[in-house]
Design a protein around this ligand. Sequence first.
Ligand code: FAD
Length: 453
Amino acid sequence: MTETADLQSFTVALGGIPWSMERNVVRQKSRDFFWYSPILKDQLEGRFGDIVVTPKSEAEVLDIARLCAAHRLPLTVRGAGTGNYGQAVPLSGGVILDMSEMDVVGDVVDGVVGAGPGAKLKDIEARTRLQGWELQMYPSTRRTATIGGFVAGGSTGVGAINHGLLVDGGIAGLRVVTLEAEPRVLDLTGPDVNRVHHAYGTNGIITEVRMPLEPAQNWVEIAVEIDNFMELARFCQAVGEDPAVVKKLVTAVDPSIPRYFRTLAASFTPGASLGLFMIAQGSLAEFSRLLAGHGGREIYRATAGEVAARGSLPIYEYSWNHTTLQGLKIDKSITYLQTLFPAPDHLTGIEDMIALFGDEVPMHLEFVKLGGQVCCFGLQIVRYSTPERLAEIIRIHEDRGFTIFNPHTYVLEDGGMKQTDPEQLAFKRVADPFGLLNPGKMRGFSLEAATAR
Ligand code: FAD
């Protein structure tokens, strides 16, 4: 909690930059989707910032950063607040920097689009599609999340079957404002973007994102069912590996999960396993040929235009972290895991985990291409009982060699990285010398600061 006197002089110095200390606004803008995790729910309920400030331009961000440095005010950047590890929850009060007004989208130049950090992914694509391009990757929160939040808090999503992770060249460039006594704007390109990508806004305020695009497709959304889950997984693998099938989404879920999916549940045969796909128009014949070879049945097909006309959910809102969200709407007791099953033995490993955990951890797979090979991220549902059992389930996976991207921690290093990224830490030392950006999220910096005291 910040001293009232500090806040008063800060608001005076803000001049014409809009701000709010209205209790409901501050509380709402202090939350994200951390409640997905029963562990984070206990830790983060009731943590709020003190003031929401809403810049419209990079120049205003520079002014705000200068004032925060002068007043030693903590600052937590916020996109749309759809992160689900509490990344956007301020742990030390202070300023919530709401980027939603910085949402200008530029023209496509040389297959790259530049946008303000507060631009929604759906609005970016609406613009790029006019020029015949689409984003290579987006989270399943495409309709609500911002590009700044995706780059700072996310990692992959729809399109991963072709492009893997954002960290592997999925970002073309970033402009970043530092929080120094005299803040600067730094322009990062190439691998340098990873100093700030997935750092939860702990080491810079992103003021522009440049994303690589690919030629736009007319995607057809398809759901299929196959009686046996591992046969469905083999079908998904075949779709993922077949260059004649142009695809954007390849998802497989356990038979217990489709009852959570409103649009699809009615046409689904109980006991079967469900596959979700986005397939290019020109690849439908090859897709159907593969499906027949695996004994599958198509139960749903719609173009993006049909989905929009009906007002139904796009199929990707049943995939990635949306699978768990649809489940949580019906069963509040569930939570989830994020697991990498690496190639080439991923299908064997998955079969082992299904045999071991059964209905306690229903399988949900997203097929992705990593290092040129198709493998899987598991976003398994967990029927939650106790923190100890959840930790045990995680440990069993790790003991078998599967990396867990732990979604039950707000500490950056404890998620997927397992150790402090030296480049991110070095960048933080320069860009945030007072330790004011999203304090408490990067353990490496907190430890260093504590040792220096
Ligand atoms: P926020 O939640 O507001 O912020 C995320 C983090 O980025 C915070 O630490 C924040 O401080 C920081 N930040 C935001 N803007 C900036 C900025 N301009 N400069 C510096 N730091 C900033 N994630 C995936 O990667 N793939 C998925 O498929 C996916 N699916 C999801 C589905 C659901 C239902 C939910 C709830 C979450 C999902 N997520 C997914 C997580 C999240 O939606 C994405 O990471 C999303 O892109 C975050 O965007 P946002 O605008 O909501 O960011």
